[in-house]
Design a protein around this ligand. Sequence first.
Ligand SMILES: O=C(O)C(=O)Cc1ccccc1
Length: 323
Amino acid sequence: MTGFRVAFLGPHGTFCEQALRTLTPAVLGDALGEPEPALLPFASTTAALDAVRAGDAEAACVPVENSVEGGVPATMDGLVETPPLVIVREILLPVRFSVLVRPGTTADEVGSVASHPHGEAQTRRWIAEHLPAAEVRLTSSTAAAAAQVAAGEVDAAVCAPVAAAHHGLVELASGVHDTGDAVTRFVLVRPPGAPGLPAPTGADRTSIAATTVNQPGALLAVLTEIAVRGVDLTRIESRPLKDRRGDYWFFLDGTGHVAEPAMGEALAALRRRCTDVRFLGSYPRATVAGEEGPGGDPGPGQTVKDYTESASWLAALRDGSGA
Ligand SMILES: O=C(O)C(=O)Cc1ccccc1
């Protein structure tokens, strides 16, 4: 038994567990310094993140966004709480839903159907068409919906096919979705300073959360600091600050690593410009099998080599050896 624990959105049979299990022992060992951790299911993403903050787990795997429904609010809110956590890996999981029922249940007998809000959002049309009379209930995870079916609390669950084996259910339908090729992005988080924080690979992503003063052009100024350094912004999404009505956290993902000059300079500029800025991690960019990731040519004068050469040139001006 290892002393190393990874919390995840449970119960067993969630997409989150599947995402975590796609990491090979080598990748986990690299990201966590421990190839075979114990995987601990938690009832919510908030509880999984809290477990890391409380020292009850060394890392947590949580869903962060979906290509159809956008960000997972509980995860975004949880990432900017204190003490800070940083992302050390991202995992992209193509998501295919099954509709699971107790053995013997027919479509006509389904009076209620449950799923995680992101599961419901991705199958809303299908449910309206195939289970028009069913009352829709939202659950903390897709596997929690399957557990409710097994307990007789609800008739059907929209969830991962693997949840059938975990909860003794059968498929009423499989391959269910409103939009094909949906992908969910999960992240593995750790406390900052933990061993094994990712070194630059040359194909990394950095996640940042920033708040600005409420003035015309404030967000434009933040985006400009990023754009002029050739950082490819791959995501921008906002969440209300809650205790400061009208103010927002802007969640920004861009290509590059904090150890590289362009991203490092962009972060330093945000630190000057923003009322608050949180570094949420630099980690290797994941791609879906067979697809090209972002981060092509950063533009003229924007490569790491360009930054290094211009920094040496400036240093020479300053010490009087160059002109
Ligand atoms: O509830 C789950 O299984 C999760 O991992 C969250 C989720 C829900 C719906 C689609 C993708 C991920």
